[in-house]
Ligand binder design. Structure first.
Ligand SMILES: Cc1cc2nc3c(=O)[nH]c(=O)nc-3n(C[C@H](O)[C@H](O)[C@H](O)COP(=O)(O)OP(=O)(O)OC[C@H]3O[C@@H](n4cnc5c(N)ncnc54)[C@H](O)[C@@H]3O)c2cc1C
Length: 429
């Protein structure tokens, strides 16, 4: 069926996850006409359940705080680390460092959280079309001027707008079309996860804590309490380590559970429910953050190992930053790639701070305790990084961390594609 031409919008957003819903809502708050296209019918399943305290601020900006406060999501006051012997560290309570209500964050069931964000975008006036898959970019002289999309029923559409925001998550629509995926050289982990009903929860304030429990060779478990007595539990480790003597994810999972007494004891009274999930393609960044008429955000721009639960925060904050940059571009009547240089710079700065901490985590020589014993004055900076206050100077912190761990150079990717250095994804549509 030939595509139907459509009314023009100010901006089109691909994907209704945290990044897309936030970007769309912020633009609508500025009075922009926004179309959001989401391939699924919500609620839909998604991984990424543990929030960081600084999620509070983008959620506040888009008017989601009251909903979050009224939700049944477990309150997360802390993160705790469990050694291979099963010994638990002193929990790292965010409120000990930060006297702000944001110091208590949430463990979310993503199907509900993402649906609430999408409904909130609708309430702000965003035109949301679910079950609508974006299949291509529309271009004029190499500039993205809209998208082609197909409804589940098969009807094809053309939508036009001066700017398109790609927030398609790990499907990474633009990256995949243009071959822009750059893998992080050393963060090649995979994850296997599932859910347990009625597994143990720690008492009191620690009931909603995220637990990171170590495995050999710097692998680790996450243990995230969710609503309705459900726990999300998963392993992140090198592929060679996990698949060394088995292929079946369930067999691998149960083998590793026996390696950490804390995990084994906490899961013992519970019942495993649903399937085992596996994902690879771990950490990557797009070669470019923008092209003429196109901006990438959330996982569609970059994905970082989830050990510090930074993904949803970077999606919310990235969506907000992208929307601000798009709003300025619309006001100027110019959505050329160079307009998004500041956006890319700021986002990369925050990501690089988190990335350095992730590298340190995987370094055999690094331990938080040793860092703080030697440099007690860095405790504040370390906490700022862990709670998501990423967009600041961490020079002193990483000078200290580098005494214990080899830190990476910043990735040389993620600036806008300026001056047609190579074909933009537009020209492949
Ligand atoms: C194993 C694992 C554990 C994680 N744990 C955590 C955690 O504890 N805490 C945390 O903060 N983060 C975690 N993350 C990261 C987190 O899941 C992501 O960073 C976050 O979901 C990114 O949000 P997003 O909006 O960019 O993308 P998504 O949430 O993936 O949303 C993208 C949306 O785009 C839609 N879409 C895709 N392609 C198209 C298309 N062509 N047309 C229309 N729609 C499309 C998809 O259906 C989807 O709804 C984890 C990730 C993994 C892999």
């Amino acid at each position: 069926m030939p595509p139907h031409p459509h009314q023009a919008y100010d901006a089109i957003v691909i994907g209704g996850g945290p990044a897309g819903s936030t970007a769309a809502t912020v633009l609508a708050q500025r009075g922009r006409r926004v179309l959001l296209l989401e391939k699924e019918k919500f609620p839909r399943y998604h991984i990424g359940e543990s929030l960081m305290p600084h999620c509070y601020f983008p959620l506040q900006r888009i008017g989601m705080l009251d909903w979050m406060k009224a939700s049944h999501f477990p309150r997360k006051y802390s993160v705790q680390f469990v050694g291979r012997s099963g010994k638990v560290s002193q929990p790292f309570y965010f409120f000990e460092h930060w006297d702000h209500e944001a110091a208590c964050t949430w463990q979310v069931r993503r199907s509900e959280f993402d649906q609430a964000l999408l409904e909130n975008a609708r309430r702000h006036g965003v035109a949301v079309k679910e079950e609508t898959l974006v299949t291509g970019f529309r271009t004029a002289n190499g500039v993205v001027v809209g998208v082609q999309a197909r409804e589940r029923k098969g009807l094809a559409h053309d939508f036009h707008a001066p700017v398109t925001i790609d927030a398609s998550g790990r499907d990474a629509f633009a990256i995949a079309r243009a071959g822009w995926r750059q893998r992080d050289p050393e963060l090649n982990k995979i994850a296997i996860w599932t859910y347990y009903q009625d597994a143990l929860r720690d008492p009191g304030l620690d009931e909603g804590a995220t637990t990171v429990a170590y495995l050999p060779q710097k692998g680790w478990f996450w243990y995230i309490p969710l609503p309705d007595a459900l726990v999300s539990v998963g392993i992140v480790a090198e592929k060679e380590y996990l698949y060394r003597d088995a292929r079946d994810p369930a067999a691998i999972f149960h083998r590793e559970v026996r390696k950490n007494p804390w995990i084994e004891q906490h899961l013992a009274p519970g019942r495993q429910v649903g399937r085992f999930w596996v994902t690879g393609e771990y950490s990557y960044r797009s070669r470019y953050c923008a092209a003429d008429g196109l901006v990438l955000t959330g996982d569609a721009f970059a994905f970082l190992d989830p050990v510090f639960s930074s993904g949803v925060f970077l999606a919310l904050r990235g969506g907000e930053l992208a929307a601000d940059a798009v709003d300025r571009a619309l006001a100027a009547g110019d959505a050329a790639a160079c307009r998004f240089a500041g956006y890319g710079r700021e986002l990369r700065q925050g990501m690089e701070a988190m990335r350095k901490l992730v590298y340190a985590f995987y370094d055999e020589q690094f331990h938080f305790r040793r860092l703080i014993d030697r440099f007690p004055h860095l405790r504040g900076d370390l906490t700022e990084c862990l709670i998501g206050n990423l967009f600041r100077d961490f020079g002193a912190l990483f000078a200290g961390v580098s005494e214990f761990a080899r830190l990476p150079e910043p990735l040389p990717y993620g600036t806008p594609l300026i001056g047609a250095a190579e074909p933009c994804p537009a020209s492949t549509s």
